[in-house]
Design a protein around this ligand. Structure first.
Ligand SMILES: Cc1cc2nc3c(=O)[nH]c(=O)nc-3n(C[C@H](O)[C@H](O)[C@H](O)COP(=O)(O)OP(=O)(O)OC[C@H]3O[C@@H](n4cnc5c(N)ncnc54)[C@H](O)[C@@H]3O)c2cc1C
Length: 461
């Protein structure tokens, strides 16, 4: 009797890497089928494996290429566009076992890390040496550097320090044929050949598997000053953001929560926030000393001009930590009220008030609860659809609402994803965003790097 190709591949994998942790039982692999995006429909994987070295990954990819078995790279599974969701008959390759901080190089202000390192762990290790790793997605306590690189993730400090891309000096990548390449190293300036580092960043596991990264560190900035501004309407908060941007203010953090999200966070964490407010802005400055005071003054004035009902400075670092944590827990807090599907749109920053108005209108017209929070200073908002757990039409209702929100974002020259990626959730909007010729270039890149189509098939393209 002929051996089924998937089973043959698994047998060869066991022979080649007898110490590789490999799960094939459906009960064991279930936890690795989904990411954090509700209402997607993942496939059933052939298995789930946990490499612990670049050599492991190389062997896995070589065998997969020979047997034409697809691979789904995966970090912590915190993604919000379905990038790491399982594909029928594919092997999911979980990178969390490669979690070594190889080096913190204080003389060159950089770190060399494996992809399974959790973002916050790198931050803590850098801080022990007086250094700072800037990119900090709200999921930073569990998402991995590999996932951050593959999604080009943002976070709460992007206004000032940029996104993951801006902190990467070089990568080690296993290509679809098993070859290993290095795209850069510790040089701050290095312009030889095409910029492959930035080709792999944001490629969502479709062009190669990242096995090491050299990341930029900075000197630890001074302690932050924090400002909270409450408004009657989200529109006023949006106006304040637009004014701050126009005045040249570049705070380290400029985050927005709408009234629904404020109440959800307050109910969940009991922080004593103004539960009657229609919106709140959290502004932070890390320049230090009088300059920080001046930044916070400027932000307070812009908020008052936009109609803030109250403006509160936090002088207590512990309180500021709590407030930041409250913002990070916004999604979790909304999940207490139902199934919360967090979306991700971006607009040029001056158009934040218009985008907020669109989301408010869509929520009213569709009779849906849409909490809004996000990185307003980057023009990046997370409208979050909160659905009844037993609503059979939830997915269709979300799809109808998000289609309108995306159309409005595109009409404003914005984007259907500021930081969560394309994955499967936004694949259908790729051409509307980039145009057919740009998508043709993307397909040509994919074809050149992964001619057999074994790396994360069906994602992005
Ligand atoms: C509550 C919450 C808050 C969040 N806040 C933010 C935020 O502020 N900013 C933001 O940008 N995102 C945010 N996210 C989304 C998510 O955390 C990020 O996209 C994160 O970078 C994903 O990391 P991960 O390790 O979980 O990756 P996964 O979800 O496991 O994978 C994400 C993608 O990366 C690919 N991948 C993973 N590892 C590798 C590798 N080594 N090589 C190649 N490809 C790989 C996968 O194939 C997949 O396409 C949030 C998510 C949640 C649930």
């Amino acid at each position: 009797m002929a051996v089924e190709p998937g089973a043959r591949f698994l047998d060869r994998l066991r022979d080649a890497l007898p110490r590789l942790r490999l799960l094939t039982d459906a009960t064991d692999t279930e936890a690795y089928r989904h990411d954090e995006t509700p209402y997607l429909h993942p496939g059933t994987p052939l298995g789930v494996c946990f490499p612990t070295s670049t050599a492991d990954v190389q062997a896995i990819v070589r065998l997969a290429a020979e047997d034409q078995v697809a691979l789904v790279p995966r970090g912590a599974g915190s993604g919000l566009s379905g990038g790491a969701t399982a594909v029928d008959g594919a092997l999911t390759v979980v990178m969390t076992g490669m979690d070594r901080i190889v080096e913190i190089d204080e003389r060159n202000l950089c770190a060399v890390v494996q992809p399974g390192v959790v973002n916050a762990d790198l931050g803590r290790a850098a801080a022990e040496r007086g250094l700072f790793y800037a990119p900090d997605p709200a999921s930073f306590e569990w998402c991995t550097i590999g996932g951050n690189l593959a999604e080009n993730s943002g976070g709460l400090r992007c206004v000032k320090y940029g996104v993951t891309r801006d902190a990467v000096l070089g990568l080690e990548v296993v290509l679809a044929d098993g070859a290993v390449i290095r795209t850069g190293g510790k040089n701050i300036k290095d312009v030889v050949g095409y910029d492959l580092t930035h080709l792999f960043i944001g490629s969502e596991g479709t062009l190669g598997i990242i096995t090491e990264a050299t990341l930029r560190l900075r000197p630890m900035p001074p302690p932050k000053l924090t400002l909270l501004c409450f408004f009657q309407t989200v529109r006023q908060a949006g106006d304040a953001v637009a004014q701050m941007t126009a005045s040249g203010l570049v705070p380290v953090t400029l985050e927005l929560l709408d009234g629904f999200t404020i109440r959800a966070v307050d109910a969940a964490l009991r922080l004593g926030l103004d539960a009657d407010a229609g919106a709140m802005l959290m502004v932070e400055s890390d320049v230090g000393g009088a300059a920080s005071e001046a930044e916070i003054d400027l932000a307070a004035r812009a908020s008052e001009v936009a109609g803030a009902t109250s403006v509160v400075r936090s002088t207590d670092p512990a309180e500021a930590d709590w407030l930041r944590e409250a913002r990070r827990r916004a999604h979790w807090s909304l999940e207490q009220a139902g199934v919360a599907r967090m979306d991700d749109v971006g607009v040029p920053r001056a158009l934040i008030p218009e985008m907020l108005a669109v989301i408010e209108r869509v929520a009213a017209e569709h009779g849906m609860r849409i909490g809004v929070f996000g990185h307003a200073g980057d023009g990046n908002l997370h409208p979050t659809y909160v659905m009844d757990r037993d609503d059979p039409a939830a997915e269709a209702r979300i799809d109808a609402a998000r289609a309108e929100i995306y159309a409005a974002a595109l009409g404003m020259g914005g984007t259907v994803s500021g930081e969560h990626g394309t994955g499967v959730a936004k694949r259908g909007y790729l051409e509307a965003q980039r145009g057919p010729d740009a998508v043709r270039v993307m397909r040509a890149v994919k074809q050149a790097l992964d001619p057999l189509g074994i790396l994360n098939p069906g994602k992005v393209l």
